[in-house]
Design a protein around this ligand. Structure first.
Ligand code: PLP
Length: 389
């Protein structure tokens, strides 16, 4: 395989060697069913409980059994939302934000058909939650508030501690989608007592695809998503995916040990990238430049440029980045996040998300800094949106 400059870590990450190594024995050697009574299964069960502890530690959760293993972030989000809505059946309002991942947004919107009022609170031009609108939206009729910890496109970190305290004050259940926060910024459920549920996804922090977790604080009413099946203390059906769970645990431990590297080295590379792109490219816009952001994420936009051309040309040079959310990449529509932030129309079709990881090094940054100015000029000259140039 030729060298790839991989700068799309918010879409997915490579599996860490340490994670793969931890998982391998669970395919052909320790393949027993963790729910079986014999020793061959019980030893797998013990290893899964260790993984639960590793994940609990990453989240600062008090009890390992507050962690439920799921198949992905989307399943965790769906489970949390359905559970909260069913737990408080007399309350008919759901509050979320306009910039959530579709795993949250579409799940909440589906409740409109059942007579629920779904309020999508907006953000300001920096991508930050409109706190006044949020305060006005949450009331005693609210069963659920679901707000993301960090945005997958802009990297903006929401004030979750304050928002969760407000929701709890009104008696609502508070869920946060922390898929883009876990492993990038510290999370501490002990210090955020008003978060009831929190979603994470392994493939965003160097575990494999196909494994996620939902944190459910002790005492939070919980209604399981799949009705048949009794695993995970009767909270999630399906034979435990032992190798994947072991991988998630190993990735969680690794991520916890690398948080400082994220905050210093990775952030340093992101900041250098931002500075050098701003210096090299006219008509560039840094989205959410003044908001608190995850250390690995940079969202930029180019005036009258076509992001599809930019991505194609970057790809031709072995560089992977993304336009807005990768999960929406089949839909050629300006990103709902950038629209909610009020990005001007002349920039909306030229959005580029560059997301780093522990495995990014300065040669990756050099590669995109040297490629992008020419590519943007080309994209502007070929763009159908270019009315000015
Ligand atoms: N939530 C956010 C913020 C995401 O960025 C993603 C994936 O990009 C998801 C949820 C869905 O996670 P998964 O791919 O594990 O289903």
């Amino acid at each position: 395989m030729s060298k790839v400059t991989y700068l799309d870590n918010n879409a997915t990450t490579r599996v860490a060697e340490e994670v793969l190594e931890a998982m391998l024995p669970f395919f052909c050697d320790y393949y027993g069913n963790a729910s079986s009574v014999y020793e061959f299964g019980a030893q797998v069960h013990d290893r899964l409980e260790h993984a639960r502890k590793q994940v609990a530690e990453l989240l600062g959760a008090e009890h390992p059994h507050e962690i439920i293993f799921t198949s992905c972030g989307s399943e965790s989000d769906n489970t949390a939302i359905h559970s909260a809505v069913r737990a408080l059946p007399n309350r008919k309002r759901i509050v979320t934000s306009a910039v959530e991942h579709l795993a949250v947004l579409d799940t909440c919107r589906a409740y409109k058909k059942e007579g629920y009022e779904v309020i999508e609170v907006g953000v300001d031009e920096q991508g930050q939650l409109d706190m006044d609108a949020y305060k006005a939206a949450v009331n005693e009729q609210t069963c659920l508030v679901s707000l993301m910890y960090a945005n997958n496109e802009s990297g903006v970190v929401f004030p979750i501690e304050e928002a969760s305290a407000l929701a709890k004050g009104k008696g609502a259940i508070f869920h946060t989608d922390a898929v883009q926060a876990a492993g990038k910024i510290p999370l501490n459920m002990g210090a955020c007592p008003h978060i009831d549920m929190l979603s994470i996804s392994g493939h965003k922090f160097h575990a494999p695809k196909g494994i996620g977790a939902l944190y459910v604080r002790n005492g939070t009413p919980f209604d399981k998503f799949m009705l048949g099946g009794h695993q995970e203390r009767n909270r999630r059906a399906g034979t435990e995916a032992s190798a994947l769970i072991v991988g998630l645990g190993a990735a969680a431990e690794l991520a916890a040990s690398r948080l400082e590297d994220e905050e210093t080295r990775v952030k340093g590379m992101r900041d250098r990238l931002q500075k050098e792109l701003v210096a090299a490219i006219p008509d560039i816009r840094v989205n959410a430049a003044n908001a608190p952001r995850t250390p690995n994420t940079l969202s930029v936009a180019f005036k009258y440029a076509d992001e599809e051309i930019i991505l194609r040309e970057l790809s031709a040079q072995g560089i992977c980045a993304s336009s807005g959310s990768a999960c929406n990449s089949e839909v050629i529509e300006p990103s709902h996040v950038m629209k909610a932030m009020g990005v001007p129309p002349e920039y909306l079709n030229g959005v580029l998300r560059i997301s780093l990881s522990h495995y990014t090094d300065s040669s990756d940054i050099d590669a995109i800094v040297s490629a992008l100015p020419g590519i943007v000029r080309l994209a502007q000259s070929q763009s159908l949106f270019n009315e000015e140039l």
